[in-house]
Design a binder for this molecule. Sequence first.
Ligand SMILES: [Zn+2]
Length: 476
Amino acid sequence: MSGVCTVPRPVQLVIDDVGWREGWDASADGGPFRAGVDRLLGPADYAAVAELGAALGIRPQCAMVLCEWDRRNTCADYPTTTFAGRAWDNRDRLGPWLDETVAVIRENGAHVEFALHGVGHEHWENGQRTRAEWLGAGADDRWPPDVLAGHAECFRRLMRQNGLGGKGGETRLPVSFVPCAFRYLWDKDDAESTGACMARQGVRYASTPYSSCTFVRADLLAEDGGFDHDLFVLDRGNSGISYKLYDTVPAASTPNSICGIHWPNLLRPDPTENGAAVARWADYLASLRDNPEVMLARTMPETVSQWFHWRFTTLRDRSDQWHLDLAAIPAKAWDLGLILPLVVKHAAAATIRSADCDILASWRRGDWGFTALLPRDGRAGTFRLGPEPAAGRLSEPGTCDLLGMARYGSSVALRLRVYGTQSIVWSGDRPASLSLAGSGARLDQMETVGNEVRIRLVGDPVHGSESELVVIGGHQ
Ligand SMILES: [Zn+2]
């Protein structure tokens, strides 16, 4: 045994209302509230998110509002998405900032998650604004399903216009969602609940303050997580920061698995000074890691998987070994593919060895070590924590999702989801060969330096690309 080992609570940063070009509030005239700041928002404000993600080795989630990215006045086809309705004309807002912004998103897929918030954030009929885009005031104040489907279609068209539609003909919505104005209808028996509507559109994860949800019928799995149809919804609580305040961090450590804020909180009035706000946020988030029971999750799929492990997996230290038991994880979470290998947190110098668990990766963040592992039978396993140097393994997974592992004789295949450009590292015993299989991600570069193999992979910046890293020899 070598000190503490935990199944930590994941924390994911979620930033709302990213996407507005004009920051100012137009609500007094019936328009949108927007970001509530009196300046234009542009490439430097997206770069701030990427810079924060890179500093911490995470993928902060941007809940996007896309109407002001509209290059072809597509929103006019969905008149309830904007104040202007069918007369919507976005031409005056277009400019070099938009191509530059899209480039920031595409080049930083490893450190920015592009998520769904809405098209125009509210619902308008004949110039009359009602909060909000996906639901009105409650269960009896809802928008017709075809109107909601139209908003989703509009969002997809805006993604496609901007080169974020991915390969092939069909553009998928992002997998993560934040309901506008936190208006959310939760009813497991209602096919028009917000969760049912979003799950039908391919959305998998949502986060919102439960205090703002309209709960009709909901069987929560725990006080801060549950399913609404096939959508998994996490409680984000309340960070206590006004949405329009520049450069502000919460007064206390976030107690939830979601740290939810708004875009200006991470910015400065002068965008050339954004770095100061980013540094403040990097310090705040890094400080959450001082708690041995907390981790900054690298991605949203890791957040959700780890939430299940944190809530339902038991880790006990018994007769010189750590014992893991996953039997209490709800079957629906497995069925929906939400469960990834669990992440345990331990001393940075300690390494994990196991006879009955697959060890996918071990990496360091701050003063801590993290190891992703999964019992081979999917239910229970044991491991030892010791000072011995690790056998060959992935020692830096970047912000790739670690999906699983298969063994074939002396080779292993690590299944990864690669977002954007990722620099990953294999270290320890040098493998006989290392290659990428599958048509998902692209192997851009590979070099061996000492006992490290440094690999650069490129995948889709929004949805990620799934591939297998095939390692022959050198793995224990
Ligand atoms: Zn919002």
